[in-house]
Design a binder for this molecule. Structure first.
Ligand code: ADP
Ligand code: MG
Length: 572
């Protein structure tokens, strides 16, 4: 083909691809426009996770009727006029691309009334072509309706993720804005139900209570320090509230939510040595610094920025986090011995609840619960000959082909996993003496609702009563002794991490999660009967070499390797 300039239509569709990857990108751009317009009340409504409808209304200053067509033209913006402005951007938008991009790949309606005008204007566009432009009566502010997103770009539509995960992303996005702008009233309606409503009274803790629950919000630690011109504020979780992933670490720079691996690790560095491996804090950190010290013009979605003095920003964040923890946490809490619960003489396996899976550390009220699990069956003749336990974490065994080091936790996980699977659909369940009530946030409860059937088929008995409230009546027998609420929360957390696991994988994942909770932990004393039982059960497993999550259960030092290492055989 000869070289030719792209048509304007194709150009804008290609450009749109950068800005509007998926429905959540549309919501982001529209909400940012509303905030830039000075709105203090923003309503978002979606249908079919945004693919059928995204509607954003605001009470901001509106667009003058004469500029409305310009607003949806590429590279048209009211926020930037010179290179100097580009060096110190104060607004969230500045590229003048979003509305044009969105209008080129949807059926788009913009209704706006400028705050100084008597009357509003409405423009309707389909696939970038103006269909209608007329005066209209409307309240001051703007309403944008985006219908049938991607209807004319089937390639993009094909690659959309599941609706559940997209609704989750939109919820997460709005939560971030609600936190960043506690002075703005946000409401989010998804598929006809309200998912988030903030009051706009400026109280960040109230927003936190909305997102997590009141109990957690009350305990979040305030952050407030500065290093030269860099101000760091916000909230972080105390040491006993944590999560299995980084998804609750939110960073905002000059009011803009950003993705920044280095800054996230600055937050983690602030917690260094105080959280268990694999646990992550909840954090909403706001960094404010002079606008000319950052470059926001490095990413089409404006979610990445460059800092002039990134080292200093890193230190400011790390220091602020550390200071907040120190100021609010009693020192004794850090004593690592507190997590060490060697059991004396026992023939049963115990659960330790202060482990990696607990959301709210339940060790203090749960230690009385341990020890009521049936003993592991005695082994028959074994290939492995038990040598002993090392560091209360590894079991050493000898076999004809060398030495095996077995990770007791990983091995037990594998054993339970296979037992669970062999129980088939008849999962053993234990009714709780007292039902346990759990309150979840909107997104978690939506996730849980969609998995309730599965959960109940593997030994839980969880019921929904009223919005975001659940009651646990029974748990799988394997989990006897652990805190039902913590168990449920850790499972819900796991849903969040999956984009859209296949039905068939879902059950296996869930079972793996339960086994992880139920398995003996590293750092736990095991009697020699228990060590022996783990060895022989492991031998009988179908896939003994890895835990259900894929970690190795054992390391093999073959006779050959030993002989080479000791120089008994061959040259190295
Ligand atoms: P940008 O935000 O980068 O300027 P957009 O394409 O998002 O580009 O918007 C173009 C222009 O339309 C903005 O500069 C602003 O003047 C106007 N505009 C868009 N949305 C709104 C709104 N909700 N309220 C008032 N003005 C708006
Ligand atoms: Mg914009």
């Amino acid at each position: 083909m000869p070289i030719a300039l792209l048509s304007e239509e194709l150009r804008s569709q290609i450009a749109a691809g950068e800005v509007v990857e998926r429905p959540v990108s549309v919501v982001k751009e529209l909400v940012e426009n509303a905030l830039d317009a000075g709105a203090n009340h923003i309503q978002v409504r979606i249908i079919d996770a945004g693919l059928s409808l995204i509607e954003v209304s605001d009470n901001g200053e509106g667009i003058p009727s004469g500029e409305i067509e310009l607003a949806i033209t590429r590279h048209a913006t009211s926020k930037l006029h010179s290179t100097k402005d580009l060096n110190e951007i104060q607004s969230l938008g500045f590229r003048g691309e979003a509305l044009a991009a969105i209008a080129s790949i949807s059926r788009f309606t913009l209704k706006s009334r400028f705050h100084k005008a008597e009357e509003g204007m409405e423009i309707r566009i389909e696939a970038g072509k103006v269909q209608k432009l007329q005066a209209t009566s409307s309240p001051p502010g703007s309403t944008i309706r985006v219908e049938d997103l991607f209807f004319n770009v089937p390639a993009r539509k094909k690659f959309q993720k599941s609706e559940r995960s997209e609704r989750g992303r939109i919820y997460d996005l709005l939560v971030r804005y609600a936190l960043a702008r506690a002075d703005v009233r946000f409401s989010f309606e998804s598929e006809g139900k309200y998912r988030l409503q903030s009051s706009g009274n400026g109280d960040q803790r109230e927003v936190l209570a909305n997102i997590y629950d009141a109990k957690i919000a009350k305990r979040m630690l305030p952050v407030d320090s500065s290093l030269e011109q860099i101000k760091v504020s916000g909230f972080i979780s105390p040491l006993d509230i944590s999560k299995a992933n980084r998804s609750a670490i939110n960073l905002f720079v000059n009011g803009r939510w950003i993705r920044d691996v280095a800054l996230s690790s600055a937050v983690l560095q602030g917690y260094r040595g105080m959280l268990m491996v694999g646990r992550f804090p909840l954090a909403s950190i706001f960094v404010d610094l002079p606008a000319d010290q950052i470059d926001v013009n490095v990413h089409p979605a404006k979610s990445e920025i460059h800092f002039q003095q990134s080292d200093m920003v890193f230190r400011a964040v790390q220091g602020a986090v550390k200071k907040a923890i120190m100021a609010h946490t009693p020192i004794q809490k850090f004593d690592p011995k507190l997590r060490w619960h060697p059991q004396e003489k026992n023939t049963t396996l115990n659960f330790e609840t202060a482990d990696q899976d607990v959301w709210l550390d339940a060790s203090s009220n749960n230690l009385s619960n341990v020890g009521n699990q049936a003993p592991l069956p005695k082994s028959e003749i074994s290939l492995f000959r038990l040598v002993g336990q090392v560091g209360q974490t590894y079991i050493v065994a000898e076999a004809p082909d060398g030495i095996y080091l077995v990770d007791q936790h990983a091995a037990h996980e594998r054993i339970l996993f296979e037992k669970f699977q062999s129980q088939g659909k008849q999962m053993e369940s234990q009714i709780l003496l007292e039902a346990v009530q759990v309150e979840l946030n909107a997104k978690e409860s939506e996730d849980l609702m969609s998995q309730l059937g599965l959960l109940n088929s593997i030994g839980f008995q969880v019921e929904n009563f009223g919005p975001q409230h659940f009651v646990i009546r029974a748990i799988p027998s394997l989990l006897i002794g652990s805190d039902p609420e913590a168990a449920l929360r850790s499972i819900v957390e796991d849903f969040e991490e999956d984009e859209q696991p296949l039905e068939s994988q879902q059950e296996a994942k869930l079972i793996a999660r339960i086994c992880k909770r139920a398995a003996v932990k590293g750092g736990q004393f095991l009697s020699s009967e228990e060590q022996q039982a783990i060895l022989s059960d492991l031998e009988n497993c179908i896939s003994p070499r890895t835990c259900p999550h894929g970690r190795p259960t054992m390391i093999h030092l073959s006779v050959d390797v030993l002989e080479k290492q000791f120089g008994r055989k061959g040259a190295r």
